[in-house]
Design a protein. Structure first.
Length: 311
């Protein structure tokens, strides 16, 4: 049985912000206020609110953290933010209802939920250079550490498409649970984790030949993130909690209460904290990974969904 952790929230100033290096920032897409909140972990405060397109939902960044990509689901576009200046430097047209985004140093990959495609954006020119057909209602992409593969959850197909990034073609389709949404890779890309919103589970896919494992979690899991220690944090939007899974055991070790309707999850580069967007509370919860407990709540914009950190 999972451990339910209930602790009083500490004030924001209690976070050891000085332990962070400069320029570690959290970017939150606020779907209902058409902007992005930027929270500086070292300063322990919100440093910018960036206007973007209509209905921002997904967040991803280049590996160096210089550029942040925001999908605007109601504008069929992607806003590109300079992480240092906090200015939008490009707006890129993509497919219908763009949702998730992930990037390498050379390309960004955007899932178009209503087009059943993935748009490929050239990072150097900020222009679309490819459109890849995948399954029905693609939700979230994740790129392998070496940049050669892109994994995409197909919400209406209960599957994951595997894209060869050198040819921009689908080379495999993996069955998972019902209505897969969030997806993440473990350290070194050796494990793939998929949040299945429709059957309250996370699918764990390891090396070829190893069994696929299904881990029961909370209600309607949607977003997830993995630390360098292979600990998975899963936002259960149906019961206002985050499940903690240790990859080696493939079992829930703790359940952390957050605020209403958690959706996006991002782990800090040093794995000390995990940041969770609470869509119905207009807040960002901060979880201390050492105690598996919430330690702060940060006000953001309206309807926060996607979240990502720049290294």
């Amino acid at each position: 049985m999972a451990l339910l952790v209930v602790l009083a929230l500490l004030p924001l100033a209690a976070l050891p912000a000085a332990a962070y290096p400069p320029r570690v920032q959290v970017f939150v897409a606020n779907t209902d206020s058409d902007n992005v909140t930027v929270y500086d972990t070292r300063l322990g405060e919100v440093t910018a609110t960036v206007p973007v397109g209509d209905g921002p939902v997904g967040v991803g960044s280049t590996p160096d953290g210089d550029l942040v990509y925001i999908t605007n689901e109601r504008a069929n576009s992607v806003s590109v933010i300079d992480a240092l200046s906090h200015e939008v430097v490009a707006t890129v047209p993509v497919g219908a209802h763009p949702y998730g985004v992930d990037a390498t140093a050379t390309h960004a990959y955007v899932t178009n939920y209503d087009s059943d495609t993935v748009t490929v954006i050239d990072v150097a020119t900020q222009q679309p250079v490819g459109e890849i057909p995948v399954g029905r209602a693609p939700h979230t992409p994740v790129v392998s550490p070496d940049g050669t593969l892109v994994y995409v959850t197909n919400n209406d197909d209960s599957s994951v498409s595997v894209i060869d990034a050198t040819t921009n073609s689908v080379i495999n389709t993996i069955p998972v649970g019902r209505f897969p949404a969030g997806i993440a890779l473990g350290p070194g890309g050796h494990r793939l984790y998929v949040a299945n919103t429709g059957d309250n589970s996370v699918t764990v896919i390891s090396a070829p030949g190893e069994p696929v494992v299904t881990v029961p979690v909370g209600k309607a899991p949607i977003g997830l993130s993995v630390t360098p220690q292979d600990v998975v944090y899963v936002a259960n939007t149906g019961d206002d909690a985050v499940s903690v899974i240790h990859g080696d055991s493939a079992a829930v070790s703790a359940t952390v209460p957050v605020e209403q309707r958690p959706e996006g999850v991002a782990a800090s580069p040093d794995a000390r904290f995990v940041y969770v967007t609470n869509n119905a509370a207009n807040t960002l919860s901060v979880i201390d990974t050492s105690s598996a407990s919430p330690v702060a709540t940060i006000p953001v914009g309206q309807g926060p969904e996607g979240v990502a950190m720049t290294p």
